[in-house]
Design a protein around this ligand. Structure first.
Ligand code: NOJ
Length: 560
C-alpha cells in the first residue's frame, strides 16, 4: 500500500453499545467486537471507526468522556481493548478511534477541578463567563435543547455546553489544554491505533466575543456562525497535525457540521497538513424543513446530485472526499434514501451501495448497512433512548412547536435511534445481540433481516457489498478516476462516469420504483460495454446505450 492507503480503504463504523454483547448485560462490548472481526474481514473492511469506548457516564452514549485513558466499564477493560487491536491488526484491519475533544463529561476530573473555584489551574480549560442581565452570557441554544450555558452556583458563573449540560465545552484558547489533547492522542497512537474520527472538530475555535446569535423559529439564538469553522480552527488543526499526527501513519476525518466545499479544501489539502478528509452534512440534510430534521419534507434527487457533484468536483484536485449514507446520528440509509418496503429493501440497498461506492472518496459503511437494516417505529416515545430525541420531544411539545403526532412521525423518519437499535445477528431472541435484556429494543424485523440469513443467501446485500469492495481493490479507476455527472436534471436516474486515462466506468442508478428510460448522452461515443456489477440478473442482449431501468436498478459498465 502506498502512503495514502486511506484513499483505497473502506471504513466500517461500529457503535459499540449496539454491536455485540459478549457477557449478557444487554450492552455491546469490546469482546463482542473481537468475536465479530471475522464478519468484517469477510466483508472486506480495511478500517474500523470505533465510536467512543472511553470511560463515560453515558449522558450521550460515550460522547461525554470522563477519562480519555480508560475504557468504559460496560465495554470491558484495557486488556480487552489491546486484544481487540491485536486481533484486528492480525486481520489487516486498522482501528480509527473517535476523538471527542470539543467537550468532555462534566464528570471529567478537569471539569470537577475547573468548577471548584475561579482560581483553579483548570478553570481556563473550559469556557466560563459571567451572566448578563440576570441570565446567561448570550442567547445561544444548545443542540440538545435549552440554553447553551449552565449557571454554576459554586462560583456564580456560567459554563458553555453546545451539547448537553453534562458536556461542557473545552477552551481551546488555552495552550495547556491543547497540550493535554496532544498527549492523549499520543497515548492511543503509541498503543498502535491507526487514526481518529474527530467529533464536531470544526466547533473547537470559538469567536471570543461570544455575541448573540440570530433568533429563528425556536426561543434561542443560533450560535453556529460564532463557533463553526472559527477564527483559529486551521491554526489549531495544523498545530495538532505537526505536534502529533505527522509523527505517525494515520487516517483522520473531521466531523464538520456546516462545512462547505471551499472550507473543506482548506481542511483536507495535503500540503496544508491538517486532516485527510471531513464529514460534511449537505446530502444528509436534504429535505430538512423549518425545524431541520424534525420537520422533514420530501427531497429531490436533483438536489442530492447537485450536492454530490459539487463535492466530487470541488475536491477533485485538492483534498479528498469521505462518502457515507448513514452513521450513528442518521436514520438508516435504505429508509432515508431508498425504499424499505419488503419488495424493494434489498434492491434499493444495493443500488445505494453502488451509487456511493463508485464515487471518488473513501466509503464508510455503518454497522448493519451491509445486511440492509432499516429504521424502527417504536410506538411509544418511552422506547427511545437518545438524549437528542427525548429532549427535543419534550421541548417541542412544551413550546407548542410540534404536536405529538408530528413529532413521532419525525422520530420514525429521522431519530438517531433508528441507527442505534442493536445489530441483528440471528433470528434468535433479541437478534442474537445479547443473551440478556438489550439496553434498547431490537427492530422486530430481525426475524428476516440478520447476518445469519445474509450469509446463507448468495444474493444478499452482504455479498453485494463484498463485491463492491473487491472491485475497488481491483480497479484503480474507482479510487483515482475523474467524475462527470450525466443527465443532470433527471429526477429518477443518477448517472455518472469515472475516468482514468483510457479506462472509463459508467454508473447508472435508478432512485425510484418506476421504470425510467436511460439514454446515453451524445458526448459518450464508445459502443461496447462490459457489465461490472448490477443488482438485477444481467441481460446481455440489452443495448447499454438505451434501455428501461427496473425499480431501483443499478448497473456499472466498463466502456470499451
Ligand atoms: C457528534 C456525534 O456524532 C454525536 O453522536 C454526539 O452526540 C455529538 N457530536 C456530541 O458529541
Amino acid at each position: 500500500m502506498n502512503q495514502e492507503w486511506w484513499k483505497q480503504s473502506v471504513v466500517y463504523q461500529i457503535y459499540p453499545r449496539s454491536f455485540k454483547d459478549s457477557n449478557g448485560d444487554g450492552i455491546g462490548d469490546i469482546k463482542g467486537i473481537t468475536q465479530s472481526l471475522d464478519h468484517l474481514q469477510n466483508l472486506g473492511a480495511d478500517v474500523i471507526w470505533l465510536s467512543p469506548v472511553y470511560r463515560s457516564p453515558n449522558d450521550d452514549n460515550g460522547y461525554d468522556i470522563s477519562d480519555y485513558r480508560a475504557i468504559m466499564d460496560e465495554f470491558g477493560t484495557m486488556r480487552d481493548f489491546d486484544e481487540m487491536l491485536i486481533e484486528a491488526h492480525a486481520r489487516n484491519i486498522k482501528i480509527m478511534m473517535d476523538l471527542v475533544v470539543n467537550h468532555t463529561s462534566d464528570e471529567h476530573p478537569w471539569f470537577i477541578e475547573s468548577r471548584s473555584s475561579k482560581s483553579s489551574p483548570y478553570r481556563d480549560y473550559y469556557v466560563w463567563r459571567p451572566g448578563k442581565n440576570g441570565g446567561p452570557p448570550n442567547n445561544w441554544g444548545s443542540f440538545f435543547g435549552g440554553s447553551a450555558w449552565e449557571h454554576d452556583p459554586a462560583t456564580g458563573e456560567y459554563y458553555l455546553h453546545l451539547f448537553s449540560r453534562k458536556q461542557p465545552d473545552l477552551n481551546w484558547e488555552n495552550p495547556q489544554l491543547r497540550r493535554e489533547v496532544y498527549d492523549l492522542m499520543t497515548f492511543w497512537l503509541d498503543k498502535g491505533v491507526d487514526g481518529f474520527r474527530m467529533d464536531v472538530v470544526n466547533f473547537i475555535s470559538k469567536d471570543q466575543s461570544f455575541g448573540d446569535g440570530v433568533v429563528g423559529d425556536t426561543a434561542y439564538g443560533d450560535g453556529g456562525p460564532h463557533f463553526t469553522n472559527g477564527p483559529r480552527i486551521h491554526e489549531f488543526l495544523h498545530d495538532m497535525n505537526q505536534e502529533v499526527l505527522a509523527k505517525y501513519d494515520t487516517i483522520t476525518v473531521g466531523e464538520m457540521p456546516n462545512v462547505g466545499v471551499e472550507e473543506a479544501k482548506l481542511y483536507t489539502a495535503k500540503e496544508r497538513q491538517e486532516l485527510n478528509m471531513v464529514f460534511h452534512f449537505e446530502h444528509v440534510d436534504v429535505g430538512n424543513g423549518k425545524f431541520g430534521k424534525w420537520s422533514p419534507q420530501p427531497w429531490k434527487l436533483t438536489d442530492l446530485k447537485t450536492i454530490f457533484t459539487r463535492w466530487q468536483k470541488g475536491l477533485e484536485k485538492q483534498g479528498w472526499n469521505s462518502l457515507y449514507w448513514s452513521n450513528h446520528d442518521q436514520p438508516r440509509a435504505i429508509s432515508r434514501f431508498g425504499c424499505d418496503s419488503e419488495e424493494y429493501r434489498e434492491i434499493s440497498g444495493k443500488m445505494l451501495a453502488t451509487c456511493l461506492h463508485m464515487l471518488k472518496g473513501t466509503p464508510y459503511i455503518y454497522q448493519g448497512e451491509e445486511i440492509g437494516m432499516t429504521n424502527v417505529q417504536f410506538e411509544s416515545v418511552n422506547d427511545y433512548r437518545d438524549i437528542e430525541t427525548l429532549n427535543t420531544y419534550r421541548d417541542y411539545l412544551a413550546a407548542g412547536l410540534l404536536t405529538h403526532g408530528e413529532m413521532m412521525k419525525a422520530i420514525h423518519e429521522r431519530s438517531r435511534d433508528n441507527a442505534r437499535t442493536p445489530m441483528q445477528w440471528t433470528d434468535a431472541e433479541h437478534a442474537g445481540f445479547t443473551a440478556g435484556q438489550p439496553w434498547m429494543a431490537v427492530n422486530p424485523n430481525y426475524r428476516y433481516i440478520n447476518v445469519e440469513a445474509a450469509m446463507r443467501d448468495q444474493n444478499s446485500i452482504f455479498y453485494y457489498y463484498q463485491k463492491l469492495i473487491r472491485l475497488r481493490k481491483e480497479n484503480p479507476v474507482i479510487v483515482d478516476g475523474g467524475y462527470e455527472l450525466l443527465l443532470d436534471d433527471h429526477e429518477q436516474i443518477y448517472a455518472y462516469t469515472r475516468t482514468l486515462q483510457e479506462d472509463q466506468l459508467l454508473v447508472i442508478c435508478n432512485f425510484s420504483a418506476e421504470r425510467p428510460l436511460f439514454t446515453l448522452p451524445e458526448g459518450l461515443t464508445r459502443t461496447r460495454a462490459e457489465l461490472l456489477i448490477s443488482n438485477y440478473e444481467a441481460d446481455d442482449e440489452e443495448d447499454f446505450r438505451s434501455f428501461r431501468l427496473k425499480p431501483y436498478e443499478a448497473r456499472v459498465y466498463r466502456l470499451k
